[in-house]
Structure formats: structure tokens, C-alpha cells
Design a protein around this ligand. Structure first.
Ligand code: GLA
Length: 395
């Protein structure tokens, strides 16, 4: 009898462990079944982010219509941290008097709250990192009601430098990401896991195995066409590594920060949508012009980014400064971006047959929101300098 009870208990334990494991994997995918959309404090606020500015972003995300367009996460980046208390529990600094209350406020708006840390002893801005406190920090985040963690390598590079060779350094990094993955999962709270290590060691090849829902594929973006274009157009070839629950992240948006013109910001949004990139606005949502709101909330562009099939697009052709990129969509159509990287207008001759279409195609311009009707192939488009013609094309 005792033996039977033991067996029953072991079986129950095994099943529980199995279902916990399965739940975790399923959860990982469903947590980010589509590329996460939201806002991140870094690009605009840097170290100035505080409780009041985060609350203002949450309010503006609702009043601007961004929440209804799909934006959900309000992500606090670096500089919220203070030292640990005597028990090792991470504290917030004076900019964030009560993180739990802030999370409650963000949740009350129908939004989710994200936070930032590093697997190293220090973050990039030299605040307290999670090294040696991973489980404790994950538990603190869960207790606060955090829904998203960006985990930024930075300080861990000090440990990696001490490794005897590259392989050993790589293992230190993987182990650190796995440690936090397991810590987050053990809390039982669904927390999106965003890896940030600037695309090193081809993170797209192993990001999923360490639990990443998304991973930076690049160094930091800045609010200049040259930076955005260099990052965006260098993403060719990465499509096969992304999919539901695990996305390539070419960094946060700069739309609305003022360093690019409208054509350039349209290029930014269109390219990120083709790349199935996370759409994390990086501007001050509380002071947006109507034009910025329109750029960020174009539903047809967002629908490309969030297409349920989750297939990232890729470059089709590059002829000098004209690049054509396409993304297969779940309804059988394709999103086609015709980009001009030159700073003055150019004509682009686009061959839709080379993209698998036959005869004439039907096209809709996603920025002017106009049906172009039936067009023949090849077709010539006028593309503004640094701009894009962004189409949804069907047979
Ligand atoms: C790194 C990251 C940025 C930002 C800063 C914060 O540079 O790549 O996105 O998180 O750290 O210190």
C-alpha cells in the first residue's frame, strides 16, 4: 500500500513537472505569439525616466489611440535601480517610490509593465545588476506585477573577459540567460523575456534555446536615418530564425523623436513591419504631434507587423539605392516595401512576377491608404528620397 502511494505520488510529481515544462514552453510562445508592441523609455528619456513620466506614457498610450491600435507594454529601461537591502532584495531609487503601485496603475489602463536588468553585477548605465540574485530579482519582479524583462548583457562582459577562450565566454553568457529564464518561469508569472546582447555570437541561432521571446540583433539605434537604415537594411537573411514566440529585434523605434523626416520615419515603420520586429515606440508619447500618432498607429502597417502567420520578410532585390523587400502574409498576399536609400527621389522598376505573382497584380498603398487597382509587372514607382512605397499586393 505504502509502495503504491509512493508510486502514485511519484507519478503525480512527474506529471506535474512535465505539465509545468510543457506549460512553460507553450506559455513562452503564447506570451509573444506576435511581436511585442509597446513603449520603452530609453531612446527619449535615458536616465530621466521616473514614475511621473511612466504614468504619463501610459495615459498617452490610451488617449492617443495607441493602446487600441495594439500597443501594450510600458517598458522602463535602465536607471530605475538602487542598491539591495540587507537581505539582498533589489530596491528602486528615488525616481520610482513604489513600483508595485506603478504596476497597478499601468495595469488599470489595460496595459502591461516591463522592466530592465543585466545578468552582470552592473547594468550598462552602471546601476545594480542581477548577478548572483537572479531568483530573488525574478521573484521581486513577479511580486511587483512586472510583465516583461529586458535583460541586457553589459556588466556580464567583465566575467566573460576572464574566461580562457571564446567558447568558455559564450557558455558564461548562455548560462546567465538560462538562469534568468528559469528564475522567471519558476515565479509562475508570465513575463516576456527580451535578450539584449547586441546580436553577438549570432544570437538568432540560440536565442530560443535560452528562453528568449525576442533578442536584439544589433547595437543601439539612434534617431538618424543613417543609423536606422544601417540597422534595418542589414537584417536580410535572418527571417528563418523568427516566428511565433521568438522574434528578431532590430531595436526600439525612433519615430517622433525629431531626428528624421516623415519619409524616413515611414521607412522605419515599413521596414520594421516587414521584419516582424517588435514595435516599441521610443518617443515621448505625451507630446506627440498628430503626424507622429498617424505614423505609429497606421493600422494597415501594424497589421503587416502583427500578421498571425508570424513569417518575417526579407530582401528580394537590391539595385544600387533601391531595395525591394517582401513579407508573406497569412491571407496569401504579400507586403512589399520599395525603398529608396538615396536622398533624392528615384524611379524604381518592380517585377512582381519575380515575387511569385503572375499577370497583373492588385495593390494597395498602405501609407496613402489607397487601392492602386490592377497593375502590370514590371511597374515603375516614384519613391521619395530616403522614402518608401509600401504595398499590400495580391494576385
Ligand atoms: C544598452 C542597451 C540600450 C539601453 C542601455 C541602457 O546600451 O543596448 O538599449 O538599454 O543599455 O543603459
Amino acid at each position: 500500500m505504502k509502495l503504491n502511494m509512493f508510486r502514485v505520488n511519484s507519478l503525480a510529481l512527474a506529471l506535474a513537472t512535465l505539465s509545468f515544462g510543457q506549460l512553460s514552453l507553450a506559455q513562452q510562445e503564447s506570451l509573444a505569439a506576435r511581436p511585442p508592441m509597446g513603449w520603452n523609455s530609453w531612446n527619449h528619456f535615458r536616465n530621466k525616466v521616473d514614475d511621473a513620466s511612466v504614468r504619463a506614457q501610459a495615459e498617452a498610450m490610451v488617449s492617443s489611440g495607441m493602446r487600441d491600435a495594439g500597443y501594450t507594454y510600458i517598458n522602463i529601461d535602465d536607471t530605475w535601480e538602487a542598491k539591495r537591502d540587507a537581505n539582498g532584495v533589489i530596491q528602486t531609487n528615488s525616481k520610482f517610490p513604489d513600483m508595485k503601485a506603478l504596476a497597478d496603475f499601468v495595469h488599470s489602463k489595460g496595459l502591461k509593465l516591463g522592466i530592465y536588468s543585466s545578468p552582470g553585477a552592473q547594468t550598462c548605465a552602471h546601476f545594480e545588476g542581477s548577478l548572483g540574485h537572479e531568483l530573488q530579482d525574478a521573484q521581486t519582479y513577479a511580486a511587483w506585477g512586472i510583465d516583461y524583462l529586458k535583460y541586457d548583457l553589459c556588466g556580464l562582459r567583465d566575467q566573460m573577459k576572464l574566461a580562457p577562450d571564446h567558447e568558455a565566454a559564450h557558455k558564461i553568457m548562455l548560462d546567465a540567460y538560462i538562469k534568468m529564464r528559469d528564475a522567471l518561469r519558476s515565479t509562475g508569472r508570465p513575463i516576456v523575456y527580451s535578450l539584449c546582447q547586441y546580436g553577438d555570437d549570432a544570437v538568432w541561432e540560440w536565442g530560443t534555446t535560452v528562453g528568449g521571446n525576442l533578442w536584439c540583433t544589433t547595437g543601439d539605434i539612434s534617431d538618424k536615418y543613417s543609423s536606422m537604415a544601417e540597422i534595418g537594411f542589414s537584417q536580410a537573411g535572418l527571417a528563418r530564425f523568427a516566428g511565433r514566440g521568438h522574434w528578431n529585434d532590430p531595436d526600439m523605434l525612433e519615430v517622433g523623436n525629431g531626428g528624421m523626416n516623415t519619409e524616413e520615419y515611414r521607412t522605419h515603420m515599413s521596414l520594421w513591419a516587414i521584419l516582424a520586429a517588435p514595435l516599441l515606440a521610443g518617443n515621448d508619447l505625451s507630446t506627440m504631434t498628430p503626424e507622429t500618432v498617424a505614423l505609429l498607429t497606421n493600422r494597415e502597417v501594424i497589421a503587416v507587423d502583427q500578421d498571425p502567420a508570424g513569417k518575417q520578410g526579407d530582401r528580394v532585390t537590391a539595385e544600387g539605392p533601391i531595395e525591394v523587400w517582401a513579407r508573406q502574409l497569412s491571407d496569401g498576399s504579400k507586403a512589399v516595401g520599395i525603398f529608396n536609400r538615396h536622398d533624392s527621389p528615384l524611379k524604381a522598376h518592380v517585377d512582381f512576377h519575380a515575387m511569385g505573382f503572375s499577370d497583373n497584380v492588385k495593390a494597395r498603398d498602405l501609407w496613402t491608404k489607397k487601392d492602386l487597382g490592377s497593375i502590370s509587372s514590371p511597374h515603375t514607382f516614384d519613391v521619395p528620397g530616403h522614402g518608401v512605397v509600401f504595398l499590400k499586393v495580391s494576385q
